[in-house]
Structures are given as C-alpha cells and as structure tokens.
Ligand binder design. Structure first.
Ligand code: ATP
Ligand code: MG
Length: 420
C-alpha cells in the first residue's frame, strides 16, 4: 500500500513555513491595530449551521461539503468556511450582550470537496475577519481599508484588483430579482441547464456562471447598482466616499453575486490575473440578517475571508528569491551624536515590536543606504545633525521613494508606522 496524503490535502514543509508565518504575522499586526481579536472555533459543526447560513442552493452546500454521520446519528460537517462557526460562537457566548461591537479574526483550515488544481485544494487555509454591531457604512469602509492595508503590508497589492458592489437589501433585491427574471425569461432556452435552474431558484446567481454563452447573455442584463432603493444607494455612496477619502482603490463590478446566500448591501471581491482560473484571492461583504437567522438578536455584521494558498502564490511571485523576514527599518545616522541617538532609538523601537537594524560605525550615508537596500527593508530612518537639532528624523519609504519627517520622541507612533 502506498503511503501518501489524501488527494487535495497538502503538507506545509519547514522550508515553506517561514512564508506562512510571515503572512499570518502581518495579518495579526494589521488586524489588531484595527481593534480585532483572534477567535478559534472548532473545525467541525452541526451540518445545519452551514446549511442555514451559507444557503441550501449554493455550490458549497450542494456539492462541496464533507458531511458525516456522527456515532450518535447527528449530521456533522467539516467547516467549508469560517463565518458560520464564528457567528454560531458569537450567539452561543452572548457576545452581543457584552459589547455593542465585536471585532474578531480567525485563521485556519477549511474543507471543500472540489477538483484539486493549483490554488484549489480540498483542505485549504483561510484568514478572515468579522465585525459585529455597526450598521453604518463607515464599518464597511473600515474593513475594506484594513484589507487593502494588509495586502500592501505583505507586498502583493500590485497584483490585486479590488472590486465592490451592493446587493441591496430585503426591499430592493426581490424587485431586482423580478427584473432579472423578466430579462432572462425570453432567453431561457439559450442558457445552460444550471442557469435555467438558477432562473427559478436564484436568478442573481446566473452572473456567477462561467459558461461563455451565459456570460454573453448576462452582459446586457440590468445592473443592481441602478436598482438599489434610496437607503441602499445612500449606504453604498457613503462607503465609496470613505474609501476615496482614505485613498483605498476600488472598481465597481455590479456582477458580484458571491457564492453564499447571506450577503446584503456591500459586497467585495479581490481578484488577480496571475493565478489562471483561480482568480479570487478573497471576498466578503455585509450580512445583516445572518446572526438573527442563526438564532441570535438582530445584529448587523460585515466581514471577509482570504485564501492563504493563493496569497502565498502571489507572495512567491513578488519575492521569488527565497524568503527571509526582512527588517522593518534600517536607521542611518550622520555624525557621532546622531549615531548614539540612533542606537537608543533602535532599542526603543525594538521594545515596541519593530524589527530594526543599523550600522555601528560612522559610515557615509551612501554606504548606509546601500546596506539598507540590501537588507530589503521597507523604510530607512535617517538622523542627521540638522534633524537632531530640530528633534526630528526622516522616514524614507524605500518602495515608493517617499520621505516624511516625524518627531524623534514619538517612538510608539513611529513603531506602528514601521510595522504595518
Ligand atoms: P472560487 O470562486 O475560487 O471557488 P469562492 O467564491 O468559492 O472561490 P470564498 O468562499 O469566497 O471562495 O472563499 C474566500 C477565499 O478562499 C477565495 O477567494 C479563495 O482565495 C479561497 N478559496 C476558496 N476555495 C478554495 C479552495 N478550494 N482552495 C484554496 N483556496 C480556496
Ligand atoms: Mg468555490
């Protein structure tokens, strides 16, 4: 008998683990400065939890779940995604009663019975975050801003395309579905068999079809963004406005439907052209009805999930020459007084969790910058005599070639900047 792992399940060997840890560590740093705490839920739940939250007519529930009968006859399922379990835990532990807002993140293995290929496995890892409580568009914006910040921090944002849309709510979505049925009915016979079924069960999902003919027909279908009710439109406008204010990029894609039934209003997907057919790196959105549907009090919520293996493939593309954890910053100094100050600053920054390197002897700025370049640091801090006199330092962003001045005294603020 051959000794091997189950198809679609991977070992992560020691020489790959550094990269994994780096992607995880950056998630912890970024999510935690946004106020999120980690939650760990079981990898197995009652099947009903997933069927009720993900939706019985979705691909996941219809075709992809690992469902077993437990010894006592109950039906249990290996989690195909993280949100349902987190919501179950949120309700079971009355988190809503303890605080009006809960911010949670998770990382861990998910299970879906799919056809394995590059970037698609049966056991795979997701990193996700969920924000419970606020119904305001600022919450949607903040979570998208945090997500983009994270992609920048691990260096893969140049490969990514952030798309957003709104799915409306219980007022406007049913009306839009009716519009869609009106549009697709006359073309019913040209649609694939699956889409003919979707036309009856959930016409929105026709937008998800990968078949050329169906895509062609769907192209001319009405757009949800032209059919939002006033409240949903205002909500979506405010989300876009906040993203613009912060400078977080996005493009509108009114064809986003998501493979899960629980989304309302804002939805988003992050895609890439670097991974062939596996173009989704992460996705999320608002799901205001789910907590109540699973038996909790009405609680608005918004969240996302990211595919770890796909982020890693992009990270390998971006940093192909092996991977070592680069220092967050290198401190260059000019003059002996600045050198002593730099030494002190390095110590203080390390105490605040930043990964710092510097030279001990007085070298030319040019040679120090060369060493910073070699280390591959994101930032170089420069302390010269003139800066020292004014109580400031320069922070140079090595990738963007931008420079800004910051106070020498505000070490905490500086450490946070370096770490993210
Ligand atoms: P896809 O369209 O690729 O099947 P999905 O819509 O089913 O993705 P989600 O349920 O939104 O995916 O999960 C969030 C992320 O998890 C995806 O964007 C993807 O990066 C990752 N992911 C989903 N399924 C798998 C899988 N089988 N193997 C590896 N990563 C996966
Ligand atoms: Mg899928």
């Amino acid at each position: 008998m051959e000794t091997r792992a189950i198809r679609g399940f991977n070992d992560i060997l020691p020489d790959q683990v550094k990269r994994w840890q780096h992607i995880e560590e950056r998630a912890r740093t970024i999510f935690e400065i946004h106020g999120y705490s980690e939650i760990r839920t079981p990898v197995v739940e009652f099947t009903d939890i997933f069927a009720r939250s993900i939706g019985t007519t979705t691909d996941i529930v219809e075709k992809e779940m690992y469902t077993f009968t437990d010894r006592d006859g109950s039906s249990i399922t290996l989690r195909p995604e993280g949100t349902a379990g987190v919501v179950r835990s949120f309700i079971e532990h009355n988190m809503y009663a303890k605080s009006p807002i809960s911010k949670l993140y998770y990382m861990g293995m998910m299970f879906r019975h799919e056809r394995p290929q590059k970037g698609r496995y049966r056991g795979f890892y997701q990193i996700g975050a969920e924000l419970f409580g606020p119904k305001e568009p600022l919450a949607d914006a903040e979570i998208i801003i945090m997500l983009w910040r994270y992609f920048e921090a691990i260096g893969i944002s140049p490969f990514l395309r952030p798309e957003i849309s709104s799915l409306g709510d219980e007022n406007c979505r049913p009306l839009f579905k009716r519009e869609l049925v009106k549009f697709f009915k006359p073309k019913r016979n040209e649609l694939c068999e699956d889409c003919q079924k979707r036309l009856e069960q959930n016409p929105l999902r026709i937008f998800d079809c990968k078949k050329e003919r169906c895509k062609e027909i769907a192209e001319k279908a009405p757009s949800i963004l032209d059919n939002l009710c006033d409240e949903c439109k205002e909500h979506f406008d405010l989300v876009k406005e906040s993203l613009e204010k912060i400078g977080t990029p996005f493009v509108l894609n009114p064809r986003i439907v998501r493979g899960l039934d629980y989304y309302t209003r804002t939805v988003f997907e992050v895609t890439t052209e670097e991974l062939g057919a596996q173009n989704a790196v992460g996705a999320g959105g608002r799901y205001d009805a789910l907590v109540e549907e699973l038996g909790g009090p009405p609680t608005p919520a918004v969240g996302f999930a990211l595919g770890m293996e796909r982020m890693l493939l992009l990270h390998e593309k971006m940093f192909p020459d092996g991977f070592k954890k680069e220092a967050d910053a290198f401190i260059a100094h000019i003059g002996s007084e600045a050198r002593n100050r730099a030494f002190l600053l390095a110590y203080e920054l390390r105490k605040n969790g930043a990964f710092i390197d510097l030279d001990y002897e007085d070298k030319s700025l040019k040679s120090q910058l060369k060493r910073a370049d070699k280390l591959g640091v994101k930032y170089t801090i420069i302390i010269g005599e003139e800066e020292l006199r004014r109580g400031v330092l320069k922070v140079r962003d090595m990738r963007k070639s931008l420079e800004e001045e910051m106070s020498l005294e505000d070490v905490k603020k500086l450490a946070i900047k370096l770490k993210i």
